[in-house]
Ligand binder design. Structure first.
Ligand SMILES: [Zn+2]
Length: 311
């Protein structure tokens, strides 16, 4: 199974349009030892021909253009085609679903999501552009802890199978209270486990509010772990912006705090450990920083746009 990291930053990207934090200023000035990043986006494929997205980032258009495997090819006397078969939505955050609107153009698309996230998407009439003609949009419902296969159009070959974990219980702030009262909080924020046809396992967890024993035992079985690297410290936004919420309040365990991911996942020796969904304020983006060194010395990698590996 091919895995491509098309985007590795948290919502807003790096640099973020309205941010003048030290990281954003220096990456714009070209003085940062480190790379700019687009908003988190993964693509996977079992046959290098049919691709599935994990989420749909607002940067999807440029991410597709910079990835030749995702370019269309003329088929059956038509110039309209895409190797992208579908996407798995793990939450209804703007930076995770906005890219759906970039895939309208009457192209067939299959979405895997919880029914709570599906209803939130369908409440917004703009997404009806994905369903203008018969057969354009189809849905599969996914529920925490249940396995589901990722089918492409060629059913005769083995395909990856997936399972989602319930991680957080906060829906995005834009969801109206009427919809919230009819939504299942266990479906608000999910992590994804993917088993490749080879038997190797990938865990993709871009938003983890807390690391439980149950989660740890799941991660012990992974071969590659892509984990929430949003914030270095719990009070990062408040310190850098002068206001805002803590990482914890935003549904993210921080990297360095006591009880943070560096400490709690230190004993996981087996999986390849990669931080992803990194906020522009996170000091570990600066490769010259003690924070960057600390993470690398602990055996972690820090995802960059364009990385590619095989499982
Ligand atoms: Zn910034």
């Amino acid at each position: 199974m091919q895995v491509k990291i098309l985007g590795s930053a948290a919502g807003g990207g790096f640099p973020q349009w309205n941010c003048a934090c030290p990281n954003c200023r220096s990456v714009r000035a070209g003085t940062l030892l480190g790379k700019a990043r687009t908003q988190a986006q993964l693509a996977i494929s079992a046959d290098a021909e049919h691709w599935f997205l994990l989420g749909a980032s607002p940067d999807l258009r440029s991410q597709i253009e910079s990835t030749p495997e995702l370019h269309p090819h003329p088929r059956d006397n038509s110039t309209r085609h895409s190797p992208i078969c579908g996407t798995i939505l793990l939450n209804a955050d703007i930076d995770h679903i906005l890219g759906l609107l970039l895939m309208r153009e009457l192209q067939p698309l299959h979405i895997y999501s919880s029914s709570s996230v599906r209803h939130i998407v369908e409440d917004n009439s703009m997404f009806a552009m994905l369903q203008r003609v018969e057969g354009q949009l189809s849905w599969s419902s996914i529920s925490p802890n249940e396995w589901f296969p990722l089918h492409s159009s060629s059913h005769n070959q083995s395909c990856p199978r997936c399972r989602v974990l319930s991680l957080g219980n906060h829906f995005p702030a834009y969801v109206p209270s009427k919809r919230l009262s009819r939504s299942d909080r266990k479906e608000a924020s999910l992590g994804l486990l993917i088993e490749a046809p080879s038997g190797k396992k990938l865990a993709f967890l871009p938003a983890v509010p807390q690391i439980t024993d149950e989660l740890l035992s799941e991660l012990e079985r992974a071969d590659v772990l892509l984990f929430d690297g949003t914030f270095w410290s719990d009070d990062e936004l408040i310190r850098i912006q002068g206001s805002g919420q803590t990482a914890q309040q935003m549904g993210h365990v921080s990297v360095s705090s006591p009880g943070g991911s560096l400490a709690q996942l230190a004993h996981l020796k087996y999986p390849r450990k990669i931080y992803i969904h990194i906020n522009n304020t996170n000091p570990m983006l600066n490769e010259d920083s003690p924070e960057h060194r600390q993470v690398r010395d602990a055996g972690w990698e820090i995802a960059e746009d364009g990385w590619h590996f095989e499982l």
